[in-house]
Design a protein around this ligand. Structure first.
Ligand code: ASP
Length: 320
């Protein structure tokens, strides 16, 4: 069978590229997902996932993550864990449990310590600087504290047709202590069924949860829609519904993959990107245009775009 792996944002490309090699050599989808997401978690310049993630209102990095096996439908999830290095490995292990497979805060930390997962202070000096700057800005200028968030969500199908989904995030910058978004919530931040396909979301968790958008995409694929049609329909309908009922919709972006290795994406916002590799397609970063007439358009990220991205994430922070 054809293998494929797709992840939200440009930040997934290094992990997608490494896992593509493993998948080509017959790796298990769960190991490919774990490796791809760990690479994002470990990179200090990705400021919304793992080490270097932006903190909550108390300047504490609280992480959410999930793992789902598309064969058994087993799920492992954590919300608001602090001071552990690789949330994706913890949730992969948790998915082996029959009970107690979604743990939050101190309970998740007790579990991770008992299972021997590595502790780490996840707050970097760079993230602390962003925190101080944003605190000053919001006090002085009344800016929304919630900008500056992203989730790495990855869906994979391996050579045996097995599918797995994984997510990892530090959630909204400046979130309230204890706030959990969509990323560890089955059906909202992720869903996968090897008999059909999978999807993962990124954006404003509070709005993504209002439409269980990942489950909806898988349901639509089961009805016969392609991943692209399903992603567009689910995001477009949720966006329209939120605007109709609440006057506005937060950012909602998704990636979708079916068990044949076909993929699709959708977004209602500017600036979404994704990373993908398929057996017959080199690892590639794409940038997306906001949906027009219910359809999302994407194109290969230009060299200029990729360079500007690389420069921006490592740019020295001139403020204190
Ligand atoms: N969906 C995440 C959350 O709400 C953040 C993001 O993906 O931008 O926690």
């Amino acid at each position: 069978m054809k293998w494929a792996i797709i992840g939200t944002w440009r930040m997934a490309i290094e992990g997608v590229t490494e896992s593509a090699v493993d998948l080509n050599n017959g790796a298990f989808a769960g190991d490919a997902i774990e490796k791809a997401i760990k690479i994002v978690e470990d990179f200090p310049y990705y400021k919304s996932v793992g080490y270097g993630g932006l903190p909550n209102e108390n300047c504490q990095v609280e992480l959410d993550a999930a793992y789902m096996d598309g064969d058994s439908l087993s799920i492992g999830a954590i919300g608001g864990i602090t001071d552990f290095k690789n949330p994706i490995s913890i949730v992969k292990k948790l998915s082996e449990n029959t009970y107690n497979c979604f743990l939050v805060g101190p309970g998740a930390e007790v579990y991770a310590a008992r299972e021997g997962f590595q502790r780490e202070n996840m707050l970097t000096d760079r993230a602390k600087k962003y925190y101080k700057k944003r605190k000053n800005e919001t006090l002085d200028k009344g800016l929304s504290p919630y900008e500056g968030h992203d989730t790495v969500g990855v869906i994979c199908v391996d050579k045996n047709g097995k599918m797995v989904a994984g997510t990892s995030t530090s959630g909204l910058f400046m979130k309230n202590k204890g706030r959990v978004g969509d990323s560890p919530i089955s059906g909202s931040g992720f869903y996968v069924d090897s008999e059909v396909g999978g999807a993962a979301a990124t954006g404003l968790g509070e709005d993504i949860m209002k439409g269980c958008v990942s489950y909806e995409i898988v349901r639509l694929m089961k009805e016969g829609l392609t991943p692209q049609e399903a992603a567009d329909k689910a995001v477009y309908e949720l966006d329209s519904k939120l605007i109709r009922r609440r006057g506005k919709a937060g950012d909602i972006s998704v990636v979708a993959l079916n068990n044949k290795g076909e993929y699709g994406v959708a977004t209602n916002s500017e600036g979404f990107s994704f990373s993908v590799a398929v057996e017959d397609e080199e690892p590639t970063v794409y940038t997306c245009n906001k949906m027009k007439d219910g359809k999302t358009i994407y194109e290969i990220a230009s060299k200029e775009w990729l360079k500007a991205y690389a420069d921006r994430i490592k740019a020295p922070l001139t403020f204190d």
